[in-house]
Design a protein around this ligand. Structure first.
Ligand code: F6R
Ligand code: MG
Ligand code: MG
Length: 378
């Protein structure tokens, strides 16, 4: 098969129950109705509607390439319909990530986040779908560095002849809207010199020089998009796995370290990333802690294949929920300990993000009010 398949994962927070928790099932249902219609119309091959915390996730497969107007439009309309349901139920923050009333050709820049990859399907195509809540796209920089550049994580970089050549990474400057493609291992230290600044740089895409795209991350930054802080992006990532690319286990391993990520509570705190099942992704402690979910699927002639019973309709899938198991309890316990420790700082850095990154701030008003009382130091 030489035909190219596109996997598009488009997500948005369009309302949730009792604060920023999870979308209502009715919202998921109406979004699904839009996507099933797009399958019947021949635009999509398959789809799966899921969520991570308060973010609704539309996983879609098709043959139309990345940034396709009609695919983005169907996602936009699905989110609009879900937001309408949220409004009817007076749910919280209904429609919050839909920054415009009218669709203008591409969801990028309009609020939703998108990770999309186009590739020629291999004879067997395993994929991990990562979805995170209460954090920004640079949260994935540390795990990506370990998965694709660190031989102590991915032994395949050393012992698999197909993996030994390394990877190219597209690094995005989310503030200046620029990107650069860099090669690992040759430029590994330069790559890390950028990625270490998680306030500004993030990985957009990872490419294997023979196999093609290996990973892609949504890097829209809502605060920059709207010209002001309107919410974190709660990013998603797609990773192709196995047969020369990192094994599923190598991709999951870095998440055993509950790294501190920015974007928790009011988009303004650091918390430890908590790997969990989709069903366990409600933000239950201090609007968090920041969550990350990982779903395993196969792409089969463009269709999504999980562990579903035979004969189910498009959209009805049972992916492997990789962080559901008790093996991850030890990580979750550590993440909770670290998040509670960070909370101990209250409104002090490093419990909160730097002043430039705060999603909420009163500082300009406070400084203005105090101006007449400010005296030069002796
Ligand atoms: C939303 C989030 C929450 C909110 C917080 C305040 O994804 O992370 O922590 O920022 O609950 O929300 P508002 O301003 O809506 O009361
Ligand atoms: Mg939210
Ligand atoms: Mg969210």
């Amino acid at each position: 098969m030489t035909e190219k398949i596109t996997v598009s994962l488009i997500k948005a927070d369009v309302g949730s129950i009792a604060g920023h928790s999870r979308p209502h099932p009715k919202m998921m249902q109406v979004a699904g109705e839009h996507l099933v219609k797009a399958v019947l119309d021949g635009l999509l091959i398959d789809y799966y509607v899921t969520r991570c915390g308060d973010d609704m996730q539309l996983l879609m497969t098709h043959r139309n390439g990345e940034n396709h107007k009609d695919v983005h439009k169907v996602a936009w309309n699905a989110f609009m319909a879900a937001a309408q349901e949220a409004k009817k139920m007076h749910l919280y923050a209904a429609g919050q990530d839909l920054l415009s009333d009218a669709f203008s050709g591409n969801v990028r820049g309009m609020g939703p986040g998108a990770a999309e990859m186009e590739f020629v399907e291999r004879p067997t195509e395993p994929m991990l779908v990562f979805m995170a809540d209460k954090c920004g796209p640079s949260a994935y920089s540390l795990p990506i560095s370990r998965i694709f550049m660190d031989a102590f994580t991915t032994t395949g970089l050393v012992i698999d002849p197909r993996a030994h050549i390394g990877y190219d990474l597209e690094v995005v400057d989310v503030v200046d809207h620029k990107s650069v493609i860099m090669s690992s291992p040759a430029e590994m230290y330069d790559i890390l010199a950028l990625l270490g600044d998680t306030t500004r740089f993030a990985v957009k895409r990872v490419m294997h020089r023979d196999i093609g795209v290996a990973a892609v991350v949504s890097t829209e930054k809502l605060n920059m998009l709207a010209g002001k802080y309107v919410g974190k992006d709660d990013p998603v990532m797609l990773v192709r796995c196995q047969s020369g690319l990192p094994a599923v286990g190598e991709v999951l391993q870095p998440f055993a370290f509950p790294a501190l990520v920015a974007g928790w509570m009011r988009g303004s705190h650091y918390g430890a990333w908590y790997p969990c099942a989709v069903a366990d992704s409600d933000p239950t402690y201090h609007d968090g802690p920041p969550r990350v979910c990982s779903l395993g699927i196969q792409i089969n002639n463009g269709r999504i294949q999980g562990a579903e019973a035979p004969g189910l309709k498009p959209g009805e899938h049972s992916p492997i929920d990789y962080f559901a198991g008790h093996e991850w309890d030890i990580v979750r316990n550590r993440a909770m300990e670290m998040s509670m420790y960070m909370r101990g700082h209250g409104p002090f850095m490093p419990g909160i993000v730097s002043p430039d990154e705060l999603e909420y701030t009163t500082r300009p008003e406070v400084l203005k009010k105090l101006e007449p009382r400010m005296k030069p130091l002796e």
